[in-house]
Design a protein around this ligand. Structure first.
Ligand SMILES: Cc1ncc(C[n+]2csc(CCOP(=O)(O)OP(=O)(O)O)c2C)c(N)n1
Length: 368
């Protein structure tokens, strides 16, 4: 293992002064370390944005690198192939290896991408190297030497990072936030909409929903980060008689913010989109999102939602959900939530298979 500080410093010594990315817990250390130094790290909403920001930095003459979870390769393949490779912009990308080498030891949403990651990069002709958990600075330096040759040849190499290959960084002091516990917010919403179909976004939110309010009408969308509201839109359009509640995260909502405009355009009367906004990617270690400078209610209204409001306490949230149920949507409710304390509940897929989640959701939707 190499420390987070060594990882960043070795890259900085080689002139890599700019980084961007979307968090994976594998990169929690470097992101935390870089975030203490203004201008070193650009938190991107999705992996394609991260690569494009790095490409712009390279166009501007800087050396830049990107960090991401391999589940986000799909978001990055388009700017990789059509921007970075087409214009031969030299970017170094670090991707984690969730679901590899043994997919069975990871969550089900990594089972396809884990064993496919190397092959996907091979298929587009991207050079790649694997940094193993047991590797130290010497091996990291060898990999960077090889990657530097690729960059000099105007190719865009990848370093695939096994779990435990990079250390964590010291915890940072943060301001004391205000808001609701996410489990309380979830209970208020689900108690107020007992007959709704509920789509829960990936990460801790799905785990909280499973712990607080499991029921057949819940769809735990592990993976597919940022697509909960689009999935909810599809369900809402297919079943206009059913209230559909989407429990989203701020990081996830930002990842595919264009979904707001699609929802505004389709304007399903039966959709209530709730964003649990803790201003961090809590599920991957608490890295900041950019929701602090983004008003979800203003964005939703501008995108065509019928109503949108923000709340930071239980009564206001209950009233907002009751109002949303009583009038045609789509509605957006943005709830300021607190970082979780205590143990995080187990994943739905510890108890239910993805098939089982789908089947009972569909049965509930069809009323049998
Ligand atoms: C495409 C993609 N990129 C990255 C991840 C890793 N990931 C899983 S959950 C998560 C954070 C989600 O943040 P947010 O929506 O704010 O919810 P919170 O974790 O704060 O509850 C991330 C980055 C992922 N699953 N998929």
């Amino acid at each position: 293992m190499i420390s987070a500080e060594d990882f960043c410093d070795i890259l900085a010594d080689r002139g890599f002064t700019t980084a961007s990315g979307v968090p994976c817990s594998h990169f929690g250390g470097p992101i935390a370390h870089l975030s203490t130094q203004p201008g070193r790290y650009v938190p991107a909403p999705n992996e394609g944005n991260a690569l494009a920001v790095a490409a712009g930095a390279a166009l501007g003459g800087q050396r830049a690198y990107v960090m991401l979870q391999n589940s986000g390769l799909g978001n990055l393949i388009n700017p990789l192939t059509s921007l970075v490779m087409t214009y031969q912009l030299p970017i170094l990308t670090f991707a984690s290896l969730r679901g590899w080498p043994d997919p069975a030891s990871d969550e089900p949403q990594h089972a396809v991408m884990g064993p496919s990651t190397h092959g996907i990069l091979d298929s587009v002709g991207s050079p790649h190297y694997t940094l193993h958990a047991a590797d130290g600075i010497e091996r990291f330096t060898e990999i960077l030497d090889a990657a530097d040759k690729d960059l000099a040849d105007r190719r865009a190499p990848f370093v695939l990072v096994e779990r435990g290959a990079i250390g964590k960084a010291a915890a940072q002091e943060t301001e004391t936030p205000t808001g609701l516990a996410s489990s309380t917010a979830i209970r208020v919403v689900t108690d107020t909409c007992p007959d709704a179909s509920v789509i829960a976004t990936t990460g801790f939110t799905g785990r909280d929903v499973f712990a607080v309010a499991d029921r057949p009408g819940n769809f735990y969308m592990q993976g597919s980060m940022g697509h909960a509201s689009s999935l909810g839109l599809g369900v809402a359009l297919a079943h206009p008689e059913r209230t559909v509640v989407v429990l989203d995260g701020d990081g996830a909502a930002l990842m595919h913010l264009g979904a707001l405009s699609m929802i505004g355009h389709e304007a399903p009367a039966n959709l209530i989109h709730v964003i649990l906004d803790n201003q961090i990617h809590e599920s991957t270690g608490g890295q900041s999102t950019t929701s602090g400078n983004t008003s979800f209610p203003a964005a939703a209204l501008a995108a065509g939602y019928r109503t949108a409001e923000g709340c930071d306490n239980e009564d206001a949230l209950r009233t907002a959900v009751l109002n949303a149920k009583a009038a045609p949507g789509p509605h957006l409710i943005s709830v300021r939530t607190l970082p979780r304390t205590g143990a995080i509940p187990p994943r739905a897929t510890n108890a239910l298979t993805p098939d089982g989640i789908r089947e009972r959701f569909q049965q509930d939707l069809h009323g049998n």
